[in-house]
Write a protein that binds this ligand. Structure first.
Ligand code: ZN
Length: 460
């Protein structure tokens, strides 16, 4: 009991002290006199790297402390770093959204969490930690999915920064920020732009980018940069393995369904008996081909498709993102233009390039999307195109259209009864479905908050 009270007491003591100091020194900006001197050095004097239009003043700091509202999406590896960096840079009005709870395996790098927090929502624990540690900071947690919020929620922020591990979630928030843009006579209203700073890491690789929705390349403009999930060619797995991973995939994909070691259950990456079975078979296979390196840990990694998280990569990427937030919020420095790549797999390698907007981007171009299909093409082929095309990469598209003035669902996967009812349409040709040349179809998908319109042009 005494232990539990200790941090609370300490916090109050700091608060009391802060209050006194603030009164005595005339500074009421949450901290001791000189609390933000490190930030002032950047904002209250000129420097060789400042923006050409930059004029030193005390107003920028006041803006950070009192007005600027930041949304951090994700309170995991990147999120913890981002919250710490932003709060220590003078940002105090921060919201954080995360739908996850804390797992014991997070504790090595998600440093705002302690063993006692396991099982609690990441967003709430992270917010409490920052608010207790940094007087005056007001982090507001949301233990929710980003899809639970609408436009009006996102519109309140000056800048949004993402530390996500999901491409679907990235694309969704990207689509949301595009949907809040307003145009007058086809001209973008700059005040409707909410800059999106996006950080991503995968093992020893990472990237940070600055997106000005409607102005610079968006997530969907550069979708080809995200490699589809690594799948080894089946012929390699089946007949000429070279890597330990090939042997594990052999056991997972070919031997498991054939031998059904645990009956008809599918392989469960969290079941140690299942992993052990795959591990044993992979070892046998590897020894036939003299391939070293199959371990239980690697087996679990391949089956669960785990890429180990690296704390230092997260730290570098989050620092780059927080710096960009600071630059944009204060206009004191020129922002990153616009894509930073970081790699410390072997030595350290980094470079920056300008990702370009794609003229016919499905998310940000406002150009209607044309699809070319012969009338004899089956709906299945359209569905495959939407999911497999590198610049679309949809997950479970729902296709509707208007026929004889009525809305008609051609195919919808997410609701079982509708899926069953519309499944026969997949084998029908576009002509049989009653579609005509130039027909518009509306496609909804988890990768975007908006429906995407396509026009089907018949080819001969
Ligand atoms: Zn785009």
């Amino acid at each position: 009991m005494a232990d539990a009270e200790e941090p609370e007491k300490k916090r109050r003591r700091i608060e009391d002290l802060t209050e006194k100091m603030a009164v005595e020194s005339g500074h009421r900006d949450g901290g001791w006199d000189g609390r933000w001197n490190h930030v002032r050095k950047f904002l209250e004097r000129p420097g060789p790297f400042t923006h050409p239009d930059f004029e030193p003043s005390t107003e920028s700091l006041q803006f950070l402390l009192e007005t600027c509202k930041i949304l951090v999406i994700g309170a995991g590896g990147l999120g913890c770093e981002l919250l710490k960096n932003l709060a220590l840079s003078g940002f105090r009005l921060i919201h954080v959204v995360d739908m996850d709870t804390i797992d014991v395996s997070n504790l090595n790098r998600q440093f705002l969490f302690r063993p006692k927090d396991v099982g609690r929502p990441k967003a709430e624990v992270a917010a409490d930690f920052i608010n207790n540690r940094i007087p005056g900071c007001k982090v507001v947690p949301h233990f929710k999915k980003i899809q639970d919020f609408d436009e009006s929620f996102y519109r309140q922020f000056h800048i949004i920064v993402c530390g996500l591990d999901s491409i679907i979630a990235r694309r969704w928030i990207n689509g949301m920020l595009i949907s809040v843009l307003s145009y007058e006579d086809g001209v973008l209203d700059p005040s409707s732009i909410i800059p999106l700073i996006d950080g991503g890491t995968e093992g020893f690789k990472g990237n940070a980018r600055v997106i000005l929705p409607g102005m610079t390349a968006c997530i969907d403009c550069t979708l080809e940069l995200y490699p589809p999930q690594i799948n080894f060619p089946m012929c390699t797995i089946a007949s000429m393995p070279r890597l330990p991973e090939h042997c594990i995939e052999y056991a997972r994909i070919l031997q498991w369904p054939k031998e059904q070691p645990f009956g008809e259950t599918s392989l469960d990456g969290d079941n140690p008996e299942h992993i052990q079975w795959v591990f044993e078979r992979s070892k046998d296979r590897a020894s036939q081909f003299n391939i070293p390196g199959v371990t239980y840990r690697l087996t679990q990694g391949v089956v669960k498709r785990i890429i180990p998280a690296v704390a230092s990569t997260n730290a570098v990427i989050a620092a780059a993102c927080a710096t960009e937030v600071f630059k944009i919020a204060t206009s004191a420095y020129i922002p990153l233009n616009n894509y930073l790549v970081f790699n410390d797999v072997d030595g350290l390698y980094t470079y920056t390039f300008e990702a370009e907007r794609k003229e016919n981007c499905t998310a940000c171009s406002q150009v209607p999307q044309d699809l070319q299909f012969p009338p004899s093409a089956k709906l299945q082929e359209v569905l495959e195109y939407l999911t497999e095309n590198a610049s679309l990469q949809m997950k479970s598209p729902a296709i509707t259209t208007t026929l004889e003035g009525k809305n008609k669902t051609l195919y919808l996967q997410s609701v079982k009864s509708i899926e069953e009812r519309t499944r026969p349409n997949l084998c029908k040709t576009l002509k049989e479905l009653g579609l005509s040349d130039g027909q518009e179809i509306a496609v909804a998908d988890v990768t975007t908050p908006q429906t995407v319109l396509f026009k089907i042009n018949f080819t001969a």
